[in-house]
Design a protein around this ligand. Structure first.
Ligand code: NAP
Length: 266
């Protein structure tokens, strides 16, 4: 049994992870952490029987006291880096779904994971369909270098663009090499109308609306044709097989793996 602590357990993703960890045969919930609902039994979050594990707000204490082996984090961009550093310092392997970490944060986490000889998985998207979308988009970019990304999420999401959109853009940029798209003299009549600009003029457009979960279209433009690669997560369950894969894999790893595709594809 892998002893799992869930950080951000009271959130939308945290509750889904809780269900998953309780249902899997080889994982055991050992700690539940959230700044919200402190003291509440984790079982009541799902409307069920008490589990005997109370929600704690102090991550370091909860990890040490529970003997956690893996910490799953679905909190927010402002707390994720501190949480991951805390887990590594406590000898606990992080599986990170929270998006919005900066490059500097990523470097700090990487250094600590290496120094501690601990595995850490940071995955901007755990849904297999989204990972395939990124893979296919990177392939298409070799033939269609003109590309823009539209991502849509629910209106409670704090960071923009999404981690998935950034990861997609990075993979496309890697494949298409030195290429500049768009007009240099373009003029926005409303600031932001053309979206966020990545290197090479690749644009990302972020939509935030109630009713959305996580959706993305990668649109390629060529002579007389367009190609659209589209993925929709219509329920948070879509992320759970990937989260379980990461929980099972992280104890065997050393250092940071950025992107679940590194564990799934050749
Ligand atoms: P959410 O509903 O706001 O849940 C976050 C939870 O974490 C909230 O209960 C929040 O409490 C709590 N929290 C905030 N700071 C904390 C801290 N320092 N320690 C412990 N708990 C803390 O958000 P969500 O929709 O579940 O999304 C969480 C993250 O996952 C976001 O970054 C989102 O982009 C990402 N995400 C990733 C994937 C993926 O596949 N990688 C998929 C979906 C979502 P308060 O409400 O009191 O702040």
């Amino acid at each position: 049994m892998i002893k799992v602590a869930i950080s951000g357990v009271a959130g939308r993703m945290g509750r889904e992870v809780l269900k998953t960890v309780l249902a899997a045969e080889d994982t055991e919930l050992c700690a539940a952490i959230d700044v919200f609902n402190e003291g509440l039994d984790a079982g009541t979050l799902l409307g069920g029987e008490p589990l005997g594990i109370k929600i704690a707000s102090n991550l370091a204490e909860a990890l040490t006291a529970s003997g956690a082996e893996v910490m799953v984090d679905f909190t927010g961009p402002r707390s994720v880096t501190a949480n991951v550093l805390t887990a590594l310092k406590a000898g606990v392997r992080p599986v990170v779904g929270t998006t919005g970490m900066s490059r500097e944060d990523f470097i700090k986490v990487s250094e600590l994971a290496n120094n501690m000889h601990l595995g850490c998985i940071i995955a901007p998207n755990f849904a297999i369909g989204a990972l395939l979308m990124i893979k296919f988009a990177a392939e298409a970019a070799k033939y269609f270098p003109h590309v823009e990304i539209i991502e849509k999420h629910h209106d409670q999401k704090l960071d923009a663009p999404s981690g998935t959109a950034i990861k997609t853009a990075e993979m496309i940029l890697e494949q298409r090499g030195d290429f500049q798209q768009g007009l240099a003299l373009e003029e926005e009549k409303i600031i932001g109308a053309r979206g966020g600009k990545m290197p090479g003029g690749l644009r990302i457009h972020s939509v935030r609306l109630p009713g959305c979960v996580a959706h993305q279209e990668v649109i390629f433009g060529g002579v007389g044709q367009t190609l659209t690669i589209k993925h929709d997560s219509i329920a948070r369950e879509s992320f759970m097989p990937g989260v379980l894969t990461a929980i099972r894999a992280v104890p065997r790893l050393e250092g940071v793996v950025y992107g679940l595709e590194n564990l799934l594809f050749e």
